[in-house]
Ligand binder design. Structure first.
Ligand SMILES: [Zn+2]
Length: 306
């Protein structure tokens, strides 16, 4: 994670320790001591820590349910906190029901202060981080103006909370995004047409994982590539839901985390990775077949045409 050539490593190590305990004030103190050097990755982290710290200084946190809290800057919410809390809960309920999950993982939804500059190029609607006290969902403040988009963003990020917990952090990013983009209930018609017109835009599993996780280059310059990767993941999620229903995604994530001796033996005997074995188990396809078939299905899909 930390780049030894950029910034001061001991300070960054301490900063990450604090950050993952959500002690963002102490984390920010460490990174301002250190600086970021020339690493784009550290600059990104600097902005994330700064945004969460600036928010914390001015925020109030309320309990929505025993497992859900909401953090916000009171004078930036125009008195909408109660409505946004209810929208958050409704979105979480819907996603849990669709994927087949019971709430329980402690979750903090933080609506970041409007003046913060987080890396929104790669995470245009927010991001989710597993911290020690809770799963923390951070959303940009501008979403407050659009209740529909706010609910979609909550759905996307809460699906990450669910995926991470069910799959025990073993799910590759493309699987998590397949679930998260599916539950948003929105898709981009332009990208859909581009995929259909040009098969080479449709990435292989390895390429897709790379596009979603590589943070070594400037994210602003890769914005379109990252956007397309999210769209492709969404189509894969829709295809899996089409095969066996949305609830099958919960079963798929559970199978990825399967630690039974038989699952482990089969994995090493057949040389399959977790995701490939779980795919065959739940859907009867390999990763390669999934990517090919999802493409063909997407080309013919008509349900999303209006
Ligand atoms: Zn996501």
């Amino acid at each position: 994670m930390a780049n030894p050539h950029a910034g001061d490593t001991p300070h960054w190590e301490a900063a990450f320790d604090y950050y993952y305990q959500d002690q963002v004030e102490a984390a920010f103190a460490e990174v301002t001591e250190s600086g970021v050097g020339e690493g784009a990755d550290l600059l990104r982290w600097y902005r994330v820590i700064e945004a969460e710290f600036v928010t914390r200084k001015k925020s109030r946190t309320i309990d929505v349910t025993p497992w859900l809290q909401m953090e916000f800057v009171p004078d930036q919410l125009m008195g909408l906190e109660e409505e946004l809390a209810q929208r958050t809960l409704a979105a979480c309920d819907e996603v849990a029901q669709r994927i087949g999950w019971s709430h329980g993982s402690q979750t903090l939804l933080s609506i970041l202060a409007s003046e913060t500059e987080a890396p929104w190029a790669a995470n245009p609607y927010g991001y989710c981080v597993s911290k020690e006290p809770y799963e923390k969902i951070c959303l940009p403040n501008y979403l407050v103006d659009d209740p529909l988009e706010f609910g979609q963003a909550v759905a996307h990020e809460y699906a990450h909370v669910i995926s991470t917990n069910i799959a025990d952090e073993y799910a590759p990013r493309w699987v998590e995004e397949a679930v998260s983009v599916l539950v948003e209930r929105r898709f981009d018609r332009g990208t859909w047409s581009d995929f259909k017109a040009d098969r080479t835009r449709w990435l292989s599993e390895r390429e897709l994982e790379f596009a979603l996780t590589d943070r070594t280059e400037d994210e602003e310059a890769r914005k379109e590539e990252i956007w397309n990767a999210y769209q492709q993941a969404g189509w894969i999620g829709r295809y899996l839901a089409e095969l066996k229903g949305e609830n099958s995604l919960g079963a798929f994530l559970r199978e990825i985390a399967n630690e039974s001796p038989v699952a482990n033996i089969l994995r090493s005997f057949r040389g399959q990775d977790r995701t490939d074995r779980a795919l065959r188990q739940v859907y009867g396809v390999s990763k390669r077949e999934l990517f090919d078939r999802a493409y063909d299905w997407m080309c013919q899909a008509s349900v999303f045409s209006d």
